[in-house]
Design a protein around this ligand. Structure first.
Ligand SMILES: NC(=O)C1=CN([C@@H]2O[C@H](COP(=O)(O)OP(=O)(O)OC[C@H]3O[C@@H](n4cnc5c(N)ncnc54)[C@H](OP(=O)(O)O)[C@@H]3O)[C@@H](O)[C@H]2O)C=CC1
Ligand SMILES: O=C(O)[C@H](O)COP(=O)(O)O
Length: 455
């Protein structure tokens, strides 16, 4: 079998290699998963919980090893990588509890005027679930799919991001030390080469995907009657109103926009600020951006080399386009290979690509608004609808804005973010389909089975 060599985005160091799997390997893995589904799904949930408790323990024990590998492979600050692993361990523990608590429902015919019928609806697993994760959270966004699938008795085919496949292979190796044989399989290889085959495989029942809108749409078009959960791109806006606590707003905006170099679907990707407080807010933002640690993720830098040169070229292209159309660079516009320094652009207008496009990099456009209504209008003028932030001391106004925004979640006086992992997490428009979050993921990857009694 041929293999794919993985190099570090930090310094091109060789990290390892993974098999470029073929259709035959995929068929064999899915066959084995299918064969093991019956026995695994028939275990008591408490038994599956015991296995997953061992998974949680083994990952905790290897958290530092996984964090170092992740740091090198995807260029995420070491502390953030470690936090990601430990956050995932916590998430596993909570998922086990939610899985155990999952109960059926009872409907009485009496409420509908049919006295002699009751319906018992129990939850059943779906079968082989395909979990596809992106590069930016290779541990967390993989486990937040795999674990809710397993606790309810599904079996899992896991497709990791190619840049991230070394750490994910180690993750699965550790998990399979303690899980029953043949309930979790990893398929490595380029998504562009093997993706279509796995997406359309007749024995896949459900696809749980996080990644770009482009790939998500392709999968949706191929899925036919398979169940789908999609977490896709975003263009999250921070709307700052006249009465906002500007110190707090600037601090949340800078953290929201630049952590992991802006390579987060929930990163703040535009600031919409009321003209009267713009100058003060921008100055506070610049003070903080000037202090961001840039460079080596092993030294815990926040802004680090981007995942590859292509991504850096894309981000630079957005900066260049905005400059050529009159935007002003307030800080940044400095690049060393795939390391893009944090950049803030002022005077961003609708004719500039960055007004609408998702950079997935450390660049923050500032857009002036005359009032709250214009803020809502611009925020909604996007193909995306993941999250938004609103900064104001007036809770009534915050509620009003939150109701008007076409997004999955609105954060009041806080940065956009996914966690805590038990919250429902969803996008509208081109940002997604279905709802993630521990309880919601469990529900999505099970179906109701009705048993109706005539009494
Ligand atoms: N809303 C959310 O929760 C999140 C959204 N994102 C979005 O993801 C993007 C960045 O992540 P990135 O990893 O580059 O996203 P991609 O969409 O490029 O890749 C995501 C995953 O899909 C795989 N893939 C690629 N092509 C196919 C295919 N035809 N069929 C099946 N799988 C395929 C990739 O594998 P391979 O690596 O081999 O190409 C990878 O595992 C951004 O747009 C970002 O907004 C990211 C994180 C969270
Ligand atoms: O992939 C992403 O960007 C995540 O889903 C966002 O997670 P975070 O808000 O916890 O960074």
């Amino acid at each position: 079998m041929s293999s794919i060599k993985i190099y570090s985005p930090i310094n091109n160091e060789y990290i390892g290699e993974v098999p470029a799997m073929t259709k035959e390997h995929i068929d064999d893995m899915i066959k084995e998963l299918k064969e093991n589904f019956k026995a695994f799904s028939e275990l008591a949930v408490t038994k599956r919980a015991e296995y997953l408790k061992k998974v949680s323990a083994v990952l905790k024990e290897h958290s530092e090893e996984l964090a170092v590998l992740m740091t090198k492979e995807i260029s995420k600050g070491y502390k953030d990588s470690l936090t990601e692993v430990l956050r995932s361990v916590e998430m596993i523990d909570y998922t086990i509890e939610e899985g155990i608590r999952l109960q059926g429902e009872m409907s009485s015919g009496e409420s509908y005027g049919v006295k002699d019928k009751i319906c018992l609806s129990i939850r059943e697993p779906l079968g082989v679930v395909l979990c596809i994760a992106p590069f930016n959270y290779p541990i967390n966004l993989s486990l937040s799919k795999i674990v809710p699938a397993l606790i309810t008795g599904n079996v899992v085919l896991f497709k990791p991001p190619t840049q991230g496949s070394v750490v994910c292979t180690r993750l699965v190796e550790l998990m399979n030390e303690v899980l029953p044989k043949g309930v979790l399989k990893i398929v490595t290889g380029r998504g562009s080469e093997i993706g279509d085959y796995i997406n359309t495989h007749k024995d896949i029942s459900f696809i749980n995907f996080t990644g770009s809108t482009k790939v998500g749409e392709r999968i949706s078009n191929q899925a036919g009657l398979k169940g789908l959960m999609m977490e896709l791109g975003g263009k999250d806006a921070a709307i700052v109103l006249q009465d906002a606590d500007l110190e707090k707003a600037s601090s949340e905006i800078v953290k929201g926009a630049f952590s992991y170099s802006g390579q987060r679907c929930t990163a703040i990707k535009r600031v919409l600020v009321v003209e009267s407080v713009k100058e003060e807010l921008v100055q506070l933002i610049l003070d903080k951006v000037g202090k961001i640690k840039v460079g080596d993720p092993m030294d815990n830098a926040t802004v680090t080399p981007l995942i590859d040169d292509k991504s850096a070229d894309y981000v630079q292209g957005l900066i260049d386009d905005a400059k050529s159309k009159g935007a002003k660079v307030l800080i940044g516009d400095k690049r060393e290979k795939n390391l893009i320094y944090p950049c803030v652009l002022d005077g961003v207008k609708e004719n500039m690509r960055i007004y609408f496009e998702e950079p997935f990099g450390p660049v923050l456009p500032i857009i002036s608004i005359k009032d709250v209504e214009e803020g809502i209008e611009i925020a909604n003028k996007s193909e995306y609808g993941l999250q938004s932030s609103v900064f104001t001391k007036d809770m009534k106004k915050a509620f009003y804005v939150a109701r008007k925004l076409e997004v999955g979640s609105v954060h009041i006086n806080n940065k956009t973010q996914r966690g805590p992992d038990n919250f429902p997490f969803l996008g509208v428009k081109n940002s997604g389909l279905g709802v993630q979050g521990i309880k919601y993921s469990i529900e999505s990857m099970t179906r109701l089975k009705n048993i109706i009694f005539d009494i």
